[in-house]
Design a protein around this ligand. Sequence first.
Ligand SMILES: [Zn+2]
Ligand SMILES: [Zn+2]
Length: 312
Amino acid sequence: MMSDPSRCSGIPHCSLCGEPAVFRRRQTGTHLCGTHLASDIEAQVAETIASHRQVVPGDRIAVALSGGKDSTALLILLHRLFYSRDDVHLVAVTVDEGISGYREATIRSAGDLARKLGVEQITVSFPELFGRTLDTILTGRGAQACSICGILRKKALVIAAERAGATKLATGHNLDDEAQSVLMNVLRGDLVRLVRDSGADSGGKFIPRIKPLMYISEKEIAAFLMVQGIWEDLPECPYAVHALRREVRSMLAATEYRHPGTMRRLMENKKKVESAFHTRAAGPAIGSCRECGDPCSGELCQYCRLRHALGL
Ligand SMILES: [Zn+2]
Ligand SMILES: [Zn+2]
């Protein structure tokens, strides 16, 4: 009689090959060994890239590499998918914000990874671009840390991607991040921002941003990295304590645990809002920033407004 290999003994075994399992998908009850988890994640990422047409021949992809878990997994996966192709080129782009006691280690591991994979790397820093470190900028403004840093980092990544001559900018946002963003926009009463966040309405003015890990959960990424032999526990940003995101994150993780599939269903909402906007062409009109020319919906872009507020 055939038996389910995952039920042979007390220790869970891979549902596909019977080797010891390292991961269990709660939604399906499937157990996966390291090899099958890695190939499964690789296939999911390839599927996301293909179905959203994220990469086309001739692309030069700037891969945002902070050195944290998500971006490390992203570069490893994109490198695996594209290293044998000569019509797609990868460049790692790293932003050193200047967060003392936190960024040094991750910046170093970003450089190590790029070198190990043989991927060219471009690094830009806040002092170089904005004249000050993030620590200095945030003095007395801790409560706004994540929104200030988010705007400046986005700008820095775009500048780095332009310097790299890139046609796309890939970021390591995962399923948890994306589901959190959907919920946060709902909690703030700002559904329109969902569409704006996707960059889908930039009318070709932005360098297109792609998120190949948008359907891969934080847990899958952590397990994937362990399978790659990366055990290092990369520290969390010291400023993140102030963020609404942190609350949403733990709430959503608890809900996902009790109701597997919650995060994916939140993502479905985003898709529906997006397609409603596209069919009705009701998105906010996109013009150009009076000062820097970047695409934006008002007179000044978020970055230039912030630049004035901070006196940068
Ligand atoms: Zn297996
Ligand atoms: Zn501007």
